[in-house]
Design a protein around this ligand. Structure first.
Ligand code: APR
Ligand code: PHB
Length: 392
């Protein structure tokens, strides 16, 4: 088999790349180790920066998002028993959108299949070769048969646990990493959200986030231990803990049946550079942020916009954008790494924190909610800084 761009991973990054290339007349093959059903049902974060929603809209996959997505103009920060609003749209002119990542994935798969573009699901043992040659190749096992796809370029969009990064020779990449001593216990519940906007709450017992998926589905997260035993969390215990940690609002949370629960680890990670020869890493394959600022999906979409534009230019004979791919992505990646780390540090309880540390967190929260300049800085990061002009 031969294609122009071989794409490993059918998450938002890989699928969006295939979609944007298709619109420019560039062929690709997507290889995914899970089933279609699995990737479409995997519940992840669900907050799109306006820039992300615009990319989906402009590229023709925004129709359902426009109908079903919930546009938000602010968020609440709770601490010390009181609630404070960050007026994102008033401060920045931009809004955010709640639309589940798996809905984005469903829309992109539908678009891909509608145009007849190949996605090979349930492949295993993906291997890359010839990354520094003119024609690299991907091999994989599909239904018991070994296949080999020759390409011009390979996009490693295979997420945190992907294999593509591992085919870059030793010594090329530098890894930057930070682990956090906690995780998030996330739930999805059949309960109407009582707050119109997301609530980020700092509490003595740990951080809590109240968010939603639709007018009848609440999503919420509780700071927990990295090795938290889910069996120890009955529905009753989860709701009690949410009531306590989210106190400070006018309305009591609506409870409902918890239909999904899971533990999300918290990690910051970046590899530099994000490219080697003809392999380009994008999204979670190259960087991870803790979910506090909801930047993971948004960064993946930005990487892909930069990569798609650079590939289009390369096929027109101009390779300099491809050579600068990593450098152009990493500026935004590091801004988001800082913002996610900053929000995480301001809102979570760290074991061993002394009263001095607590006072620092509260002083920071009071500043962010009390100063227009500080609130604007937070709001522009949260809503997502405008994309840089990529023509330069
Ligand atoms: N071979 C083929 N596919 C693979 C392999 C492999 N060896 N390893 C992983 N994959 C697939 C995964 O099953 C997944 O579908 O690659 C895809 C990677 O998708 P994501 O993990 O969703 O990563 P990405 O597309 O970069 O999107 C970033 O995802 O992790 C969230 O919160 C994060 O929102 C962010 C977004
Ligand atoms: C979500 O809706 O799942 C969500 C929202 C904001 C975050 C993280 C997750 O910071």
């Amino acid at each position: 088999m031969r294609t122009q761009v071989g794409i490993v991973g059918a998450g938002p990054a890989g699928l969006l790349l295939a979609h944007l290339l298709e619109r420019e007349g560039i062929e690709s093959v997507v290889l995914e180790d899970r089933s279609r059903r699995y990737v479409e049902e995997r519940v992840r974060a669900g907050l799109l920066e306006q820039g992300t929603a615009d990319v989906l809209e402009r590229s023709g996959v925004g129709e359902r998002m426009r109908r079903e997505g919930l546009v938000h103009h602010g968020i609440e920060l709770r601490f010390d028993g009181a609630s404070h609003r960050i007026a994102i749209t008033d401060l920045t002119g931009r809004s955010i959108m709640i639309y589940g990542q798996q809905e984005v994935v469903k829309d992109l798969i539908a678009a891909r299949l509608a145009c007849g573009g190949p996605i090979l699901f349930e492949v295993s043992d993906v291997a890359l070769e010839g990354l520094d040659a003119r024609s690299p190749a991907i091999s994989a096992t599909q239904a018991g048969t070994r296949i080999r796809i020759e390409c011009d370029y390979i996009a490693g969009c295979d997420g945190t646990h992907g294999v593509c990064r591992g085919f870059i020779p030793g010594g090329v990449l530098t890894h930057f990493e930070r682990e956090y001593p906690f995780a998030w216990l996330g739930i999805l519940a059949k309960a109407p959200p009582v707050s119109h906007e997301l609530i980020y709450s700092r509490h003595q017992r740990g951080f809590a986030l109240y968010t939603m998926r639709s007018p009848s589905l609440t999503r919420a997260y509780l700071q927990c231990k990295p090795d938290e035993d889910l069996a120890a969390w009955s529905d009753r215990r989860i709701w009690d803990e949410l009531h306590v940690r989210l106190q400070g609002g006018a309305k009591r949370l609506e409870e409902g049946e918890i239909v999904l629960r899971g533990v999300t680890p918290m990690r910051s990670y970046v590899c530099e550079p994000m490219q080697y020869g003809r392999l380009f890493l994008a999204g979670d394959a190259a960087h991870i942020v803790p979910p506090t600022g909801a930047k993971g999906l948004n960064l993946a979409v930005h990487d892909i916009c930069v990569l798609a534009q650079a590939l289009v230019a390369a096929y027109r004979g101009e390779r300099s954008l491809l050579e600068r791919y990593s450098e152009r992505c990493l500026r935004r990646v590091w801004r988001a790494e800082h913002f996610s780390w900053w929000m995480t540090s301001m809102l979570h309880r760290f074991d061993g924190d002394d009263p001095f540390q607590e006072r620092l967190q509260l002083a920071q929260l009071e500043y962010v909610t009390g100063s227009r300049a500080a609130a604007t800085s937070m709001a522009e990061n949260y809503a997502g800084l405008p994309y840089e002009e990529h023509g330069r």
